[in-house]
Design a protein around this ligand. Structure first.
Ligand SMILES: *[C@@H]1O[C@H](CO)[C@@H](O)[C@H](O)[C@H]1NC(C)=O
Ligand SMILES: *[C@@H]1O[C@H](CO)[C@@H](O)[C@H](O)[C@H]1NC(C)=O
Ligand SMILES: *[C@@H]1O[C@H](CO)[C@@H](O)[C@H](O)[C@H]1NC(C)=O
Ligand SMILES: *[C@@H]1O[C@H](CO)[C@@H](O)[C@H](O)[C@H]1NC(C)=O
Ligand SMILES: *[C@@H]1O[C@H](CO)[C@@H](O)[C@H](O)[C@H]1NC(C)=O
Ligand SMILES: *[C@@H]1O[C@H](CO)[C@@H](O)[C@H](O)[C@H]1NC(C)=O
Length: 474
């Protein structure tokens, strides 16, 4: 471990002799309350071996993987770390429709490592029911629950009882979330795949896995008061008029929304598991509140809440542990989308901590060093442009320029010879114009100012004289 990392985790290492890493186990099961998502979409990440050492040094004893990476699965053997492994989305249809393939998948990716690698959960797909998926993904919906039964049955046939099967879903499986008592599942799944899924989860005593990020609803409508509510430090409470339950934080509202929606379909008892949550420590101009201060406060308060003894639970289901995987171990520089997507990590790619956090939940706020206050909590208001990043590789920039100009209507017309933005004839200038023009047309449809990392947002008008750059107004 680097010296910075060693310094930050020094408090964690001290009590090792007296506090066993298993203190935060759930009564009656052996699943630690706090785990971490180990995503690997980065080209600069530490090796699997070092990553596992880092996870251990953080006293984290539960890890979720996004695929059954053979090297990681092997290295986790004998590590005393509980493992949750994922069936990639594109394997689901095959697993449902081809029995020998399903058997082989379980053999190669689970049984080959079990029990030395302490696999406890198999996640079938990732956010498979989100409605922004492609038509191809939507075909998978019909195969999701049958594939889960197949895997469960193969495990049973091998006499394995303590591996549960689930599927992590995003909050957009809900039609409404506020107030929680009014929540229902989305109409396109509420009467089809959702009842099948709930029947499976209830019947196999598995969990409803939910990716729940208070950051997203907060950042869509950011105010100081609601920031405190999202960061678990609100001074005011919210009473759900339907249920009369009193809420003190946004995460509880999100979790209870899921509980109320399940209850309406006749399944009031399925346990919740937070398959992802976290807070980004950096982001683009149009992404308020993504800073180290908020990320540290959110994650510290979350860990304390989840590990509290006796357990806190939520207003609708008090007193239960809700096991949680924090997203994420590392910043992942190969994720596309807005700037926040690449900044959910607890650790930099060199393994040093981005902020100090005690993953056992036993450290009080006063025991942490002061954090720099977050200064971009208010949404930026005004015009922004999307321009070529400094130092961008010219070959790749040329490719992205051509891509942008080929989308939309007359996106790059102003760059034609003789037109108002033709001069100066430089790749950076033309790409900047093309990115801004593209972004203005497609931002409302979810397009981001990213272009494989070659673009950045700016508040400074790049135009000159007669050449006006198209802008996005926030
Ligand atoms: C089913 O999977 C097996 C094992 O991967 C493969 O050999 C076989 O061709 C598959 N069958 C069909 C019909 O795709
Ligand atoms: C709950 O949902 C119903 C129907 O969607 C709506 O009419 C009602 O106003 C909602 N209640 C609250 C308190 O928002
Ligand atoms: C859910 O599981 C419980 C306990 O196994 C069972 O009693 C209950 O009937 C199940 N609910 C439904 C709707 O099947
Ligand atoms: C919100 O908080 C920031 C930073 O603490 C502060 O500068 C700003 O004045 C606050 N805004 C409101 C409306 O309270
Ligand atoms: C909010 O709820 C908490 C927990 O139920 C309670 O301790 C606190 O007094 C409440 N605060 C307000 C302002 O109602
Ligand atoms: C491009 O033009 C067509 C036809 O005028 C229109 O239907 C479409 O919405 C336009 N696309 C964009 C991105 O503006």
């Amino acid at each position: 471990m680097g010296s910075a990392a060693a310094a930050a985790f020094r408090f964690l290492l001290l009590p090792l002799v007296i506090i066993s890493p298993y203190v935060s186990m759930i009564t009656g099961t052996d699943i630690p309350a706090i785990g971490i998502n180990y995503g690997q979409l980065g080209d600069d990440l530490p090796s699997p071996y070092r990553s596992i050492e880092l996870i251990k040094s953080m006293q984290v004893t539960s890890v979720k993987l996004y695929d059954p990476n053979p090297e990681i699965m092997r290295l986790l053997a004998g590590s005393k770390i509980y493992v949750t492994v994922m069936v990639p989305n594109q394997e689901i249809i095959n697993i449902d429709t081809n029995h020998s393939l399903a058997v082989k998948w379980v053999q190669d990716n689970v049984l080959a490592y079990y029990p030395a690698t302490m696999i406890r959960f198999i996640m079938v797909g990732n956010e498979i029911l989100s409605h922004h998926r492609s038509a191809e993904d939507m075909q998978i919906w019909n195969h999701l629950v049958p594939a889960m039964y197949k895997i469960k049955n193969i495990l049973k046939a091998n006499n394995i009882q303590n591996i549960k099967v689930g599927t992590p879903l995003a909050m957009d499986v809900l039609q409404t979330t506020s107030p929680p008592s009014n929540a229902t599942f989305r109409s396109d799944i509420a009467l089809t795949v959702m009842p099948q899924l709930l029947k499976f989860l209830n019947g196999t005593k598995s969990y409803f896995f939910i990716d729940a990020y208070p950051y997203f609803p907060w950042s869509a409508n950011p105010t100081n008061a609601s920031l405190d509510y999202a960061l678990f430090k609100s001074q005011t409470n919210y009473t759900d008029p339907g249920s009369g339950l009193v809420y003190t934080n946004l995460l509880d509202e999100m979790l209870d929304s899921v509980l109320f929606a399940m209850t309406k379909l006749g399944y009031p008892d399925i346990r919740l598991f937070i398959s992802e949550t976290g807070w980004p420590h950096e982001g683009d101009l149009d992404e308020p509140g993504a800073n180290i201060y908020n990320a540290a406060i959110y994650n510290r308060n979350l860990v304390r809440k989840i590990t509290a003894k006796p357990p806190i639970g939520t207003p609708a289901r008090p007193g239960v542990v809700i096991p949680t995987f924090i997203f994420s171990l590392y910043d992942e520089n190969q994720k596309d989308g807005p700037g926040t997507e690449r900044h959910w990590g607890l650790l930099h790619s060199d393994g040093s901590p981005i902020f100090d956090i005690d993953m056992t939940g036993s450290r009080a706020d006063s025991e942490y060093e002061a954090l720099p206050e977050g200064h971009n909590n208010q949404a930026y208001k005004g015009k922004i442009w999307c321009v070529a990043a400094r130092g961008a590789d010219m070959t790749r920039l040329g490719r992205e320029l051509r891509y942008a100009c080929n989308q939309g209507n007359r996106t790059c017309e102003a760059l034609d010879p003789g037109k108002e933005c033709y001069e100066p004839v430089s790749l950076i200038w033309h790409a900047s114009y093309a990115f801004s023009s593209y972004w203005k047309q497609f931002k409302s449809q979810g397009a981001t100012c990213y272009f494989h990392g070659l673009a950045v947002q700016t508040t400074r008008d790049p135009g000159h004289g007669s050449c006006q750059f198209p802008s996005v107004t926030l």
